[in-house]
Design a protein around this ligand. Structure first.
Ligand code: ZN
Length: 313
């Protein structure tokens, strides 16, 4: 028994080491095709993983992602447009990357489906403060944690990831132990911000920002750290304009807003995308969580993808 446990521990360790990789020639593509089992997939990135040609695939029916060798996607025959356009991924991508004229909170703000639960989205903007480990622990201590991993979405910046290796390992460890299931949302590489500027000239609208690099370099960092990027993006400050949103759509990512930013006093309802900061920069949002649990007795978190996928699909 002990030997078996030891074997499992060593095996898990070797998987986590093996998933860290060198990623080069990373670029955006849009290539529908079939995987080896005949399942519909859309390749949204092409790159080399430790020198081998690889793809980042989205399953358009459940919005899950995976990394595959390039030869594992058969894109030799065209996928009929109606087969693709009726999938939850393509429907959501088109719907949420249409021009809206909004400068703030463009995108999906709550579940598209009737659901019995909420969605926790935790932004990790650049920060020098200690991260909110106790908050993550309180999520893992939710009653549902007794039945399995608690689903959360972490919106990660490259700048936080690079400067917090210990905290990142701790998050990965919770994932490996089956305590958290983390959907890794892209929150840009540098997350520029100047509080003195108008919204039109700050965050990713800061003049001179290389938007493609802000998106792609973050995913590359996630992959190099053995983490799987999801097809979602949270704009820093929730600030964007129609041209950024359009480009995001071309890059195959769905923008995420929020209808329950706790630090702004917004109150979640069933299906809400709750927004808190896990980087220590917004303790007032974190402080609202325990009273919220008191008020919402049946507080239950759901995986972000289920906000976009009809039940039973
Ligand atoms: Zn942020």
């Amino acid at each position: 028994m002990l030997r078996a446990t030891l074997f499992i521990v060593l095996f898990l360790t070797s998987i986590s080491v093996a998933t860290a990789a060198t990623i080069t020639e990373y670029k955006g593509i849009f290539r529908p095709g079939l995987d080896r089992e005949g399942g519909l997939r859309v390749a949204i990135r092409e790159f080399k993983k430790d020198g081998e040609p690889a793809l980042l695939l989205v399953n358009p029916n459940d919005l899950s992602t995976c990394v595959a060798k390039r030869g594992e996607l058969d894109a030799s025959r065209p996928v009929p447009e109606d087969k693709l356009s009726t999938t939850p991924y393509i429907k959501s991508l088109r719907r949420f990357t249409k021009p809206s004229g909004l400068l703030q909170n463009h995108g999906a703000r709550r579940s598209e489906q009737p659901v019995n639960g909420l969605f926790m989205t935790i932004d990790m903007c650049p920060s020098v403060r200690p991260f909110e480990q106790a908050f993550f622990e309180s999520l893992m201590a939710l009653p549902q944690g007794r039945e399995g991993a608690v689903p959360v979405a972490v919106a990660m910046t490259g700048a936080w990831l690079k400067n917090h290796p210990k905290e990142l390992s701790w998050l990965k460890e919770q994932q490996q132990k089956g305590r958290l299931t983390i959907t890794w949302v892209n929150h840009s590489l540098n997350h520029p911000y100047n509080p003195k500027e108008r919204l039109e000239r700050t965050f990713l609208l800061t003049p001179g920002t290389d938007f493609d690099n802000e998106v792609l370099a973050t995913e590359k960092l996630l992959l190099e750290n053995g983490l799987l990027p999801a097809p979602f993006f949270r704009f820093p400050g929730l600030v964007s304009d129609d041209s950024l949103v359009k480009r995001l759509g071309e890059l195959g990512l769905i923008p995420l807003g929020s209808d329950a930013w706790l630090a702004k006093g917004e109150t979640p309802k069933m299906g809400s995308f709750i927004l808190v900061h896990g980087n220590g920069n917004e303790p007032q949002g974190i402080r609202r969580f325990p009273p919220l649990l008191q008020q919402m007795k049946d507080f239950h978190l759901l995986p972000l993808t289920s906000a976009f996928v009809p039940a039973g699909r």
